[in-house]
Design a protein around this ligand. Structure first.
Ligand code: MG
Length: 458
């Protein structure tokens, strides 16, 4: 059965986040850790990681306290990317994990992401279990003789680097210069080393851990990557790569320093695997551009659409694999890509290695690979409203004669265009997307939707 979203109290699609010292503080982190430790039960071992945010140490200490008090052992892996923690949980056969991160959010934010024993982000059902233990105060603290043990392993991230380096052909970066912007975040520990190990010459901007994020914001936006673009041009790099604060996402600039849309990047990364495994499947959310499906179709690969959010993509990939299908790649148009032969979570480090492998195979500049892709135009809008669900119901009725998918808001197709009208899960917002190969058609469709929902916005 296709996955549906379930409503949660504190957690969003990718963990719980808030402003440090206000709604995200050690007292809250302690409560969530005690609830998680209660869910796991005594004697279990949990990996802990964090990004470079200033409140990481205080929140991490609270998480350790809560888990140990419930009888869980904690291995502190220090600062490392979220996918590195996920890889360590899976490969070291731990019982779960906690990542202290607010991902791409501004520096004042921090958050908690819970990881399952298989390295995936915790799904809705178990997250609701954790929330219910916290809300109802049903924590179970361990007695003095069953308290959890605390240990540290600040070198374990090297296993993650090894795994990425061995996932692409040896020496694939020989002769390439790559510019890297880890943005003073967790990727400082891994990204330059990954490319050096692949044989590249590397040029790094914003290289050191710094929770003040002096170089740019944790979100790798086009505007924030001007320094990276300049480094690419000045060093003659084949491309530039930038990560968000916890490096589960990667975004790229081409050899001319131009920002690459995340949908285009996913289409290219998918084409690397599609060429190797023609006839396989790509898994991506309903909000993704048709360029991804088109890139796969060139090699006879099909595309399966899920509700929006990387945990849903990851779980659908696993279900499809279990049903005997060949899944080549999964991901979102925001730079979060999942490589099923590596692990079932978004991995920004892997994206860099795979793009390098693609370039070494095709032997043309990145910009010419992009030019060969079919052109799509996507318009995206968002409107503040407390009536997002009402709007969705209205639009369902308005478009009732068109082909429609209602798993996550509504997605309709009209002529050569599609549109998605989707209430935000965490904010009083409605998001609208419309795309077509014909820009005028996409513009007309989003205009039609915006004028139809206007009466609900007052
Ligand atoms: Mg992230």
């Amino acid at each position: 059965m296709a996955l549906q979203k379930l409503e949660k109290t504190y957690f969003g699609t990718n963990g719980v986040r808030g402003v440090s010292g206000k709604d995200m503080h050690p007292g809250f982190a302690l409560g969530i850790a005690e609830a998680y430790g209660t869910l796991l039960g005594p004697g279990k071992t949990v990996g802990l990681g964090m990004d470079t945010r200033t409140s990481g140490p205080s929140l991490g200490a609270a998480v350790k306290a809560g888990l140990c008090a419930c009888g869980c052992n904690v291995i502190d892996f220090g600062i490392l990317p979220t996918p590195a923690l996920q890889y360590l949980i899976l490969s070291k056969k731990l019982d779960g994990g906690v990542m202290i991160t607010a991902s791409h959010n501004p520096p004042e934010y921090n958050g908690i992401k819970l990881i399952e024993a298989d390295g995936t982000e915790m799904g809705d059902e178990r997250t609701i279990d954790v929330e219910q233990i916290y809300i109802n105060g049903r924590k179970k603290l361990a007695d003095w003789d069953t308290q959890g043990r605390l240990s540290e392993d600040f070198e374990a991230y090297r296993l993650y680097i090894d795994a990425i380096v061995s996932a692409v052909p040896a020496g694939v970066g020989t002769g390439f210069t790559i510019a890297i912007d880890p943005g003073n975040g967790a990727a400082c520990r891994t990204a330059p080393e990954i490319f050096r190990r692949l044989g590249c010459t590397v040029e790094v901007v914003n290289p050191g851990f710094d929770g003040m994020f002096p170089g740019r914001l944790p979100e790798p936006s086009e505007e924030g990557l001007r320094g990276l673009s300049a480094a690419v041009v000045n060093s003659g790099a084949a491309f530039g790569i930038a990560h968000d604060g916890d490096a589960d996402r990667a975004v790229f600039v081409d050899e001319k320093g131009r920002f690459i849309d995340g949908n285009i990047a996913l289409a290219l990364l998918a084409s690397y695997y599609a060429e190797q495994q023609p006839g396989g499947e790509i898994v991506t959310p309903l909000s993704s551009s048709g360029v991804i499906e088109a890139a796969g179709a060139e090699f006879g690969c099909s595309t399966l659409y899920t509700v929006v959010g990387s945990p849903y993509v990851a779980r659908t990939m696993r279900e499809e694999l279990a049903a005997g299908h060949t899944i080549i790649i999964g991901g979102e148009g925001n730079g979060g890509v999942i490589y099923p032969k590596h692990q079932f979570c978004r991995d920004g480090g892997m994206s860099g290695a795979v793009l390098l492998a693609l370039l070494s195979t095709r032997k043309v500049p990145l910009s010419s690979l992009i030019e060969k892709l079919p052109k799509y135009t996507m318009y995206q809008e968002k409107r503040t409203t407390s009536r997002a669900k009402e709007i969705t119901e209205h639009m369902k009725e308005y478009f009732k004669d068109l082909p429609m998918d209602t798993r996550d808001g509504i997605r309709i197709t009209k002529g050569g265009a599609w549109a998605l009208i989707r209430p935000s899960g965490t904010e009083p917002l409605i998001r609208i997307y419309a795309e077509s190969r014909d820009a005028a058609e996409a513009k007309e469709l989003i205009g039609e939707i915006l004028s139809e929902i206007t009466p609900f916005l007052t």
